[in-house]
Design a protein around this ligand. Structure first.
Ligand code: BG6
Length: 506
């Protein structure tokens, strides 16, 4: 890996949580691995009054608290590259100050015009800051590249996302915009491409002829924690499905790209998004299940119900669990159901993709003539990252009793090399101008388009239940009915890749 080009890295919303928890620790890690350019300045911008010195102190504390790399010996050198400008980003007149500050940083640090603007602010500022930057000419690329990194959520629904997109496109072009979906920065999500396309054995089976169904689960054991205000206006569908889960579906279902260049990969993912079969409004009740966690006791500890959480409306109908069944209408996947589910306060934190293969055509070894369980390939994104293959083996002894056994590979056994956190990879890529792992505008719009019938039906059709589920369980039992087929159910994963069952440890 090589250093990126000299640039100034501007963070709007610099006094916020994301800056200290994710962005600055990731930048330090890049610095300590000599991946930041020699001429580099980090400029924090937000309304809070800090001086360079006090902001550096705050960032130094953050590095200790949220470190992503063990070696902190270069902290003092690194923080000398940090500067701060108090500014109200809603006030366009103040952007002249930013322009002046940038010019002086460039001159003092011998940096040309290359600049990254990272929007780590509340989403209502996403349309405003890029507009104000452009009004002051800070989007112009005559003296070096200018890039915008935007956090999710990109819009609240299709219309708001389109408005945001159109507003941005008035003064920025697609190549300048990097929409963060931190799941794409996860090493194991990228490994999906490698597993599929660097092995000859999987791809021939990776289609409707051999696969029975595909599951994607992103379960969290935590509740909404301190983010009740944001979450209550968002919910599981917007918070996790619209972005992270659909991106994982895209990588699982895409055709092999012609090369590794960003455009080839993103084109293939986009084709998957364009092939999602629309869920008709009247079919939502049978294909999408929503739930909300209720108070319960886990290992003797009382857990607050969602409606009792801080900053959550006590009559809230926001879903904390969502499960959807849908189809991808193309030659590879025609007729094969995809099931996705996500939820807060589920039994364990686990993200994985499960490919369930079709059962044998004749059930030779089952006594009652019922099908044996399917072969499954489990691609574990987190934790206990790895891959698991489940297949039937003869139990030693008389007769032909069959037992499902596991063959597993754990990432941890691959090497002692550190797995970089998602933000580190994504920030480095944005600095290098590589947009492969960022969500492209059309994907975001197609994802919203796909989910709109569900969003609308859940909002307007009062006959669709919002199921309560006790915190620490696998969500509404109704979600089990989504899975088609005799004896078919979701895989109930545990913390350890090779275990499953409904009684996981938290
Ligand atoms: C974020 C969501 O995008 O992803 C959070 O806003 C969620 O609600 C988080 O907790 C999960 O990310 P990870 O990397 O912990 O799986």
């Amino acid at each position: 890996m090589t250093k990126s080009e000299d640039h100034v890295f501007v963070i709007f919303g610099a006094s916020g949580d994301l800056t200290k928890r994710m962005i600055v620790p990731a930048l330090y890690s890049l610095y300590s691995q000599k991946l930041l350019p020699d001429n580099f300045a980090l400029l924090g911008v937000s309304r809070t009054e800090y001086s360079d010195v006090s902001f550096r102190e705050k960032m130094k504390e953050a590095l200790n608290e949220y470190k992503v790399i063990d070696d902190l010996s270069q902290t003092d050198e690194f923080i000398k590259k940090i500067f701060y400008l108090p500014l109200n980003p809603q006030n366009s007149a103040e952007f002249d100050l930013l322009g002046k500050k940038l010019n002086s940083l460039r001159t003092e640090n011998n940096i040309a015009g290359n600049t990254i603007f990272y929007l780590s602010t509340p989403p209502n500022l996403y349309p405003i800051i890029p507009k104000n930057l452009a009004a002051s000419g800070m989007n112009k690329q005559n003296d070096g590249w200018k890039r915008l990194i935007i956090e999710k959520p990109f819009g609240y629904d299709f219309d708001s996302a389109e408005k945001l997109k159109n507003g941005l496109m008035e003064s920025w072009n697609e190549e300048q915009i990097y929409r963060i979906d931190h799941y794409l920065g996860k090493e194991t999500v990228q490994n999906l491409l490698v597993t599929r396309f660097s092995n000859g054995i999987f791809e021939p089976l990776w289609n409707r002829n051999f696969i029975h169904h595909v599951e994607v689960t992103a379960a969290e054991s935590i509740g909404v924690e301190e983010r009740g205000g944001y979450y209550d206006s968002s919910g599981a569908l917007r918070d996790m499905v619209q972005n992270h889960l659909l991106q994982m579906v895209g990588l699982t279902a895409m055709e092999p790209p012609s090369s590794l260049d960003p455009l080839s990969i993103r084109n293939e993912i986009l084709k998957v998004f364009q092939s999602f079969r629309t869920i008709q409004y009247e079919d939502v009740k049978n294909n999408a299940i929503r739930g909300q966690y209720t108070a319960s006791k886990i290992k003797g500890e009382s857990i607050t119900g969602y409606r009792e959480e801080k900053d959550v409306n006590s009559n809230s109908t926001t879903e904390t669990f969502a499960a959807i069944k849908f189809f991808i209408d193309n030659w590879r996947w025609g007729g094969i159901p995809f099931y996705i589910r996500t939820g807060k306060r589920l039994p364990t934190r686990v993200t994985e993709i499960v490919i369930s293969f079709k059962p044998t055509p004749h059930f030779l070894f089952s006594k009652d003539g019922n099908q044996n369980s399917c072969n499954q390939l489990v691609l574990r994104i987190q934790p206990d990252e790895g891959i698991l293959l489940k297949f039937g083996m003869k139990i030693p002894g008389t007769g032909f009793d069959v037992q499902t056994v596991n063959m597993d590979f754990h990432y941890s056994s691959l090497s002692v090399k550190r797995i970089p956190p998602a933000y580190e990879r994504l920030l480095y890529d944005a600095m290098k101008g590589d947009s492969t792992l960022f969500a492209r505008s059309e994907e975001v719009m197609d994802a919203w388009k796909f989910l709109m019938p569900v969003i609308d039906a859940w909002k307007n059709d009062k006959s669709i239940p919002l199921h309560g589920y006790p915190a620490g369980t696998w969500g509404p039992e109704k979600a089990d009915d989504l899975i088609e087929g005799q004896n078919m159910t979701w895989r109930y994963p545990c913390k350890n890749l090779s275990d499953d069952g409904i009684y996981c440890e938290l």
